[in-house]
Every structure is written in C-alpha cells, then in structure tokens.
Design a protein around this ligand. Structure first.
Ligand SMILES: Cc1ncc(COP(=O)(O)O)c(C=O)c1O
Length: 465
C-alpha cells in the first residue's frame, strides 16, 4: 500500500507520485493518466483518495480533465528534476545534496566526506610551471579548438600509462574528454536507451546513481565484497535484469577502497561474455595504487570493457581533463557525440595536463603523495577505531576508509548533526542503491585530520549512549 508522506496524507502521497512521474518524464505533456479505479488499485488506496488527488492537481493546472475521457498531463513543459526521479531519498542521503554540500563548503568548513584531496596536497608547483610554459606558447594552444580525439601527445602518454597496467590500447583508441564524469555521460549516451537497465556496485560512487537517473536508466545493484562484486549475485542479476551495462572501479573502489582480485575479474568477464554485457571500468584513482590491481580492460583487451580515467584526483580538478579508451570501432561514434554535445575539447587544459605529466616532478610528487596518504590512512583509522568505528577493510591504498559506526548509529543522523558544526560527512546510504549501508560513513583520510571531525563523531556517539 502507498505510504503516507512523512507529514501528510495518502492524498498527498498520490499527488507526490504523479509529480515524480511528471518530473522524471515517465509521464509527459498530453499523456493520459491511469483511470481512477486502476490507479487506486495499483497504489492500494481508495478511489476517493485518487479522485481528490486528481482534483487538486487539476486545480493547480498540472493535469487537465477532459470530459468523458479522463485526466491528462497539462501541456506546459516541465523542466527535468533529477532529484524527483527514482526513490525519494532523505536529503541527507541524496547524492546531489552531499555533492552540493562538499562543492559549496567554505574555507572554514571541514569536508571529511568529500572525494578529493585538499588543494595543498596537489602538485601546484608543477601546475604553475606548466602555466608559465603555456603562457609563452603561440596562438593555437591558447585560443583554438582542440582536435576531435584530443591532443595527440597526451593520448600517446595515456596509452603508455595504460600499458603499465597491462592494458593494450593505441592512442587512436583514446578520446580525451572534459572529465571522468563527461566520459561516463558520453558512454551512457552512446550505449543506453531510456529504460535500459544498468548494474552498479552496492555501495558505489554516488554520482553513478545521479548520472544514470539523468539518462532515465533503471539501476540495479550487486553487493560489493573485498575482492570485487559478489559473483553469485552478479550472475543472478544478469539473468533477472539483463542489464546493458555494468559500471565499476577495479583498482581503488569508491567508497570502500577495495581492489578487484584476479579470480573475480575472470569470473566477471566470463559472465559478461555469456550475457553480452558491456562494462565501464572507471580507473580514476589509478595513480594512488602502490601495487597495481588487475584491470578488467587488460584481461579483456578492450573488447567488451571500456576504460575511463581523469586527472581530477591527482593533478587538478580545476583543469578538467579525462579520457575514454574503447574498441576502435566505437571511437567514431563517440567522436560524433563529443562534437554534438561539446563541439571541441578543452585544448588548453589538455596542454596543461600534458606539461605537468611530462615534468619529472610529477612522478616524485605522486610517490610522496602515496606515502602521505598511507600515513594519513593509518592515523585516521586508528583514531576512528578509538571511537569504536570499525573499518570494513584495511585499504591498501587511496584516500577512502569505509567505516562502520558503533551502537547502530544512523550515519545520516550523524551527518546531519555534523553539518550543524560545519562538517560535511558522507553517510553510507548515499552510496547504496539498496539503502543497506546506514551504519557506514566514507572518510577521505586526507580531509579527516582535524580534531573537530573526531569531536563531532564523539559527540554523536555520546548522544546515542
Ligand atoms: C569513481 C569516480 N569516478 C569519477 C569521478 C568524477 O571525476 P571527474 O572529476 O573527472 O569528473 C569521481 C569523483 O569523485 C569518482 O570518485
């Protein structure tokens, strides 16, 4: 039966359901609404509830009654409202809310829940040197569009770096994008029809949920284990839901910090082949690894696996630059989509990234960064353990620690309380399609070293006890 809205009635819940369908465009202008009797049966409410809901929406002009024919969605265009698509989530565990809090946070706010390093941990000397070099170059680099695939020497360099992870790709199989997010967006445009099913890990990076909503995809999830997706669930979901795509991180999984094992990688690929599944392997944290994890794209030879990356986490999130590596016969279609949606790529940022990567100091910077992160991981983990938070695993690398709160504390409540102290936390259910991670928080160890973070957690725990 349709639940009442938090502060309302069943009528309000029926109205909210219709509004959601209109906002999510499963009902568009001119569409006929279900008959009162059918809708009442589907929602398990009385017909008088639906009559009242339809009347109120008609009074607002959202829907129109046509004599003898029923109710129709009014013809005014309704802008897409992503937050209305999919299950309506508490604002504290809504992916858009967490992203906005982190992106909007002021200088004095703390962001242990965000997914990036503090600016002072980034290679700013290298960026400055690259900017000085660029300021002395001639016209095209500063003012012209980039080529459709993007700067050739940067694509060559990316191909070499992928080779270090066993992925065999020619520079012509690599297309530069504005970011990892844009790489994913283009691939969704390329591979999905609205209504297609996409599989993600549970938990997974929350913007996968947000982006897939924008593509009107149906999302299903499989539990993630310390060595990759749960293979039994994976096989079952393939049979039950026939997803078109699976999106995952093999190297340093967001939010758990886990790494795919070779055995799981082989099983995933075998099942994918049987089911005709395409996999997007999002490798954005590659440079944080101490020891390379197996890559699906390496085992598969970029056949049914598409590999994406970006430089936001290790070089600069301000100079937006990412890439897609895909099978050769897909590149033409991806170029057309890139031209249709962005026209030319950001040539200046590609030049900047190339200059920083070529600068000998980048490798040294990353070496120092990996060690700095290891120290921060040990320190933050020890402090959290002292408060009773238990890590799901001890991550081998990266910036994320996925920790369980003690005493059945709800991480959304803790996040709400922390926000009052200007601390942005990332509650577990933001990452979980099944909403089964309410006791987890994701900590970014590079942003979690301030005593105020632990004081806020201590306060939340004490309040519960
Ligand atoms: C797994 C993953 N993929 C993609 C992104 C987005 O990267 P970009 O800034 O390149 O769009 C993030 C950012 O947090 C991420 O964690």
């Amino acid at each position: 039966m349709l639940d009442k809205t938090k502060n309302g009635t069943r009528i309000a819940a029926v109205i909210a359901t219709i509004r959601q369908r209109i906002a999510g465009r499963s009902l568009t202008a001119g569409d006929k609404l279900p008959s009162i009797r059918a809708f009442a049966r589907a929602l398990q409410v009385s017909t008088s509830t639906v009559v009242e809901a339809y009347d109120r929406l008609a009074a607002e002009g959202v829907i129109q009654a046509r004599a003898g024919s029923g109710f129709y969605v009014a013809s005014q265009a309704v802008p897409l409202a992503l937050s209305e698509i999919g299950p309506k989530l508490d604002r504290a565990v809504d992916p858009f809310w967490v992203s906005r809090q982190s992106l909007d946070a002021g200088g004095d706010d703390l962001k242990p829940g965000c997914g990036w390093l503090p600016p002072s941990w980034m290679p700013d000397d290298g960026i400055r040197r690259a900017l000085r070099t660029l300021s002395r170059t001639d016209g095209p680099s500063l003012a012209d569009y980039g080529t459709p695939l993007g700067l050739p020497p940067l694509r060559q360099l990316i191909a070499r770096r992928m080779g270090d992870h066993g992925i065999d790709a020619s520079p012509d199989q690599i297309m530069l994008t504005e970011s990892g997010t844009q790489a994913l967006d283009l691939l969704c445009r390329f591979l999905l029809e609205p209504g297609d099913t996409v599989m993600v890990d549970d938990p997974c990076y929350f913007n996968f949920h947000a982006l897939l909503r924008a593509h009107r995809a149906r999302i299903v999830s499989v539990a993630y284990t310390p060595t990759g997706p749960d293979i039994e669930q994976f096989a079952k979901a393939l049979q039950e839901h026939r997803p078109r795509l699976y999106i995952t991180n093999s190297a340093i999984h967001n939010p758990t910090g886990a790494m795919l094992s070779p055995v799981t990688a082989h099983r995933v690929l075998k099942l994918a082949e049987q089911a005709g599944l395409t996999i997007i392997e999002d490798d954005i944290f590659a440079d944080f690894e101490h020891v390379p994890a197996p890559r699906l794209a390496a085992f598969d030879g970029l056949d049914r696996v598409v590999h994406i990356g970006s430089f936001s986490k290790t070089l600069s999130a301000s100079a937006r630059c990412g890439f897609i590596a895909a099978r050769p016969d897909w590149i033409e279609g991806l170029i057309d989509l890139k031209i249709a949606t962005t026209f030319g790529g950001g040539r200046l940022t590609a030049e900047l990234v190339l200059n920083v990567l070529r600068d000998g100091s980048y490798r040294k910077h990353m070496e120092g960064l990996r060690h700095r992160l290891s120290r921060a991981m040990a320190e933050v983990n020890a402090r959290l353990k002292n408060l009773g938070l238990v890590p799901w695993i001890e991550p081998q690398a990266g910036l994320f620690l996925w920790s369980r709160l003690p005493d059945d504390l709800d991480s959304a409540d803790v996040a709400r309380q922390a926000l009052a102290d200007n601390i942005v936390l990332a509650p577990g259910n933001v990452f979980s399609l099944s909403q089964s991670a309410s006791s987890f928080l994701r900590f970014n160890v590079s942003q979690s070293q301030d005593e105020r973070v632990f004081a806020a957690l201590r306060k939340a725990i004490a309040r519960k006890r």
